[in-house]
Structure formats: structure tokens, C-alpha cells
Ligand binder design. Sequence first.
Ligand SMILES: Cc1ncc(COP(=O)(O)O)c(C=O)c1O
Length: 453
Amino acid sequence: MPDPAKPSLAFTSASPAASSSHSSSNLRLSQISTQIAPMAATAFDASTVPQAPEDALFGLMAAYRRDTDSNKVDLGIGAYRDDNAKPWVLPVVKKADEILRKDPDLNHEYLPIAGLPDFTSASQKLVLGGDSPALKEKRVTSLQTISGTGAVHLGALFLAKFYKTNTERTAYFSDPTWPNHFQIFSNVGLQHKTYPYFSKKTKGLDFDGMTSAIESAPEGSIIVLHACAHNPTGVDATQDQWKKLAGLIRKKKHFPFFDTAYQGFASGDLAQDGWAIRYFVEQGFELCIAQSYAKNFGLYGERAGCFHFVTSPASDAQEVVTRVASQLAILQRSEISNPPAYGARIASTVLNNPELFKEWEANLREMSGRIKEMRSALRSKLEELGTPGTWNHITDQIGMFSFTGLTEEQVLKLREDSHVYMTKNGRISMAGLNTHNVEYFAKAVDKAVRATQ
Ligand SMILES: Cc1ncc(COP(=O)(O)O)c(C=O)c1O
């Protein structure tokens, strides 16, 4: 019996009817041959594309969401929460949003490659100060980016392509740092190393370790610096220490790359949180700045940020900036074409309106003030409980995060016994604490510390 599933391979007729049946048979034949000899299943088997680990922070968020305990506490993600543990839309952002919605001329056209000009110029003034010598001398070029991450990436990509000062081309990060620094710089093909930063003993800055590593790095290395409210430790250099660092970086002809994700959010004072960058610029450094508006405007998901390149004062400074800007525009065009409009419009509306700007400063003080209150409350509750160890670092540290000094074992115990979620390195997002849960958290820490003595 012939198999009905098998096509007949005998084509003998040449009549038109036969010819059409001929071509449909050919089609059927080619369909079947595809089934007989399937395409290779994938070009991306496990040896070429191994399973990557889940992003630690986003994994932690998912675990928190799955937990059904009513006392659960989220101290993982770096996003501001109000006293009821809810996300906070800044009142000034709501106002700016209203203004934008009512604007009859607003449309959804593309922004220029470098972004919204009013936004980038206001961002320059914010980070450098309105009277910055670099702005007066037109030594700055800026591009709107996909928040701070995009700004770090654009800067790293630019350096990977064009920074040829030494053969090593290594970026130095603080140990520890925001973990994304590692992947961003290695994705663009730059090497990276770390310099000591956090002293486990004092839970403060290991300034000697930091300076000696920067001193021994090959001349012309890229030194990545957190401008303020260091993530994850909450430990910043003092102004005196920044001055010493600047001297050392100048001596070694290193290239400073500032990451500023918390201006105004750390101390509540924009100038104070911008001091280190402004000092380096006054000293005449050529440098990069990656600026984020995620935290200080609460525009996390809107991805508003800015990348700035500042060149040193020199007779050809404007020409340098023009050339650099032209290359940055090509990099930006090939990656995102042009940046998203909404977040930048919100920030720009506020930054360019003196009244709204003042309101924004008040909103910043409210956020940083609540965090400072939580620092004091946590410290005093731990001290009241007599929890073994010292807890002054909780109030000495600044910004969104505190590096508690809790061990991985204690962190896991806190998660299992008390439903408290924090990263394994002992970092807590202070914004996750509030008047309703700070005591619960302090007691949970006390229990975990005593149980692991
Ligand atoms: C040090 C540092 N740099 C950059 C960023 C970038 O954040 P985003 O891309 O959300 O602006 C963050 C966010 O946590 C950060 O802490």
C-alpha cells in the first residue's frame, strides 16, 4: 500500500492542469523536506549562551512580593518610600505634569539626538553651579541620556572608543560600588579594578587604602567616583579628603569619572551634594559626569538623566568640546537615536522655573529629612536594646543607603525569621523604614545579631 502521507514523486504530465498540480506538489515536497531535515535547533546552546544569574536586586524584589507575611519589610531596592511605605510622587512633579498636560503645543515629536536643550542646559547648571568657570568658558558638552545608567554607559562607551592615554585603559571602582558599574564598563570592553573604600572596622571610609590604590594605579587610569551618598555604603569623603584626592588624581594624571545619582537627595542641599564635582571642575580637570534624576525627582521609571563632558581650560577648549560632542552624538544616535521626552520635560519644567525650583528643594528636604529621622530612630532603638556592636555609623552615613555591617548569615536569618528583605552585603535602603516598622526592624536585627554571636 502506498503511504498517503508520502508524496508521489512521479511527475509525467505536461498539460496546464498537470503543470499546476506539479507546482503545488513541489511546494508540498519542499514543506515535507523541511520536516525531514529540520533546521539546527538553535545557534545559542548552553555552551555559547550560558544561563546568567538573576539580577540580585530585582530577584530580591520578586522574593519580597511573593512573601505574604503582613509584617514584611522591603529594604532592598533604592527607591524612596513615604512613611506608609508607598512610592511618593513629588508634589512639584505633579504640578509640572499638570503644566505639561495643559500645554496646547505639546506633541510627541522626536527630541534632538542630544535631547531637550532646556533640560541639558539646566542640568549643567545644576551639577556644575550656575557660575561655573567651565560653563562661562563653554568647556562643557551635555547629552540627555536614559537616566544615570545611560549616562554611565555613554561615558564608558566614549572612553572605550577614544581614551588612549595608557595601554591598560582600566577603570577603577570603589570596593564596593554600584554593581552595574562592572557590567557597563566590561560590556564596552574596558578593564576594571577596584580601590579600597569601606573599612569594615570603622564602618567608615578607608581613606588610606583608597589613596594608596589610586596612587599606585598606572598613570592615566579612569577613576570612577560617587559624587555623594555613596551606593552601597552611605560613606562619603570629607571636603578635606576630596581635596587630597584631587591632588593625587592630578599628580597621577588620572581621568575622573563622576557618577552623581543623589544630588539634593543626600543632604537636602544641592550645592553641598554637588561640592566635590564643582571642586574638581574649579581645579581645571577634564572629566565626565553621569547624572541621574531618578532619586531626586522620583522619576525612576521615566529614565531622565544627563551625561556631561567637561574639558580643561585651554586655548583650544571649545574646539575639543565641539569634536567630542560630534562623536558623542554618533554614539547616542546608534544606540538610542534620541532620548525619551517625558521625564526630561518634567525635570526641565521644574529646573527652569524659579518658583517650582524652590518647591523642588523643599521636596528634597522632605525626603532627605525623613531618611535622617529614620537613621536616628534606628540607631537609638538598637542602642536602647543594647544590640551587640556599635551603631553610630547608621547616623554617620548619608543618603539612601546604610551599610549596616550585618553579615550574610544575619541577613538570611532576618529574611527567614522576620521577613525583612535586604541585600546579602548588609546594605539597607533607609527609605524602606518608617515610623510603623523601624522598631520591628530594630528588634529583628537585635534577635539576628544575638542568635549569631
Ligand atoms: C551610584 C549609582 N549610579 C547610577 C545609578 C543609576 O540609576 P538610574 O539609571 O536609575 O538613574 C544608580 C541607581 O541606583 C546609582 O546608585
